[in-house]
Design a protein around this ligand. Sequence first.
Ligand code: 8YV
Length: 307
Amino acid sequence: MTVVQVGPLMPFLESALASDYAARRLPDTFADGAFDDVTIAVTSGRVGVGAALMSRLPALRAVINFGVGYDTTDVAEATRRGIVVSNTPDVLDDCVADTALGLIIDVMRGLSAADRYVRRGDWPAHGNPPLARKVSGARVGILGLGRIGLAIARRLDGFGCDISYHNRSPRDVPYRYAPSPAALAADVDVLVVAVSGGPNTRHLVSAEVIDALGADAFLVNVARGSAVDETALVSALVGGRLAGAGLDTFADEPHVPAALLTLDRVVLTPHLGSGTSETRRAMSDLTLANLARFVKDGTLVTPVAGS
Ligand code: 8YV
């Protein structure tokens, strides 16, 4: 089995791949035939393995993805070619949900903005900053009630929040189901995006959904930038048609729309949802467990749906 690394990975994962599997990093450009022996590609949601790369790795049999999201890997094409794909579900639910709660509290209570206020010396100069919004008891809509969405809902239960959600179909949960993203948005103080990425969720948070949220409501995104129409979002935030946003993901990472950088009502984080040493270690361990299993018997510990 010949293993390659596609794109950058956590340093401890890169070291394990190099020492235990003699994995080389696939260069951005290479001559035809140079990697014809590659059977396994280890990658992450940042880069992935698209159809074009698959066609240049004729012996490829498995794509092992670090991360729960695998929207940068073409699973339909992989399946057509008999290539299996794994991801790292479950182990990051807590940290991504913690991040969502952090963003909700930060943007509603204005914590980051208040921190800047104090550091600028505005407190003695201008007194207390403007009043914020109450988090406990707020109406929160979760778009995408999967494993991460449920972890967010459980945390919000502890805050006495009124929780509703939208999924393709209702789940057996004690939360109110909304039949569409716009219907969900119309009835909440905060909309939290927790859907998976890819073409099915592209611009699910459309201009219409943002309008339905309205000038008193907030948007929090810990999923994928592609799930939100970022142009419509920026226009609503700049125009005061949305109260604020807490954003961990963006359409063109690592680039953030310049117009957001000067808005105090927006909290911006650099896609750090799963970014704790404990969780990234667990994701790395699960990545290596998938790799070891595939090398041993051709199966995966956590294959993605449809692969
Ligand atoms: C990672 C993520 O930062 O798991 C995911 O889908 O978005 C994050 O946990 C990312 O996969 C690393 O590339």
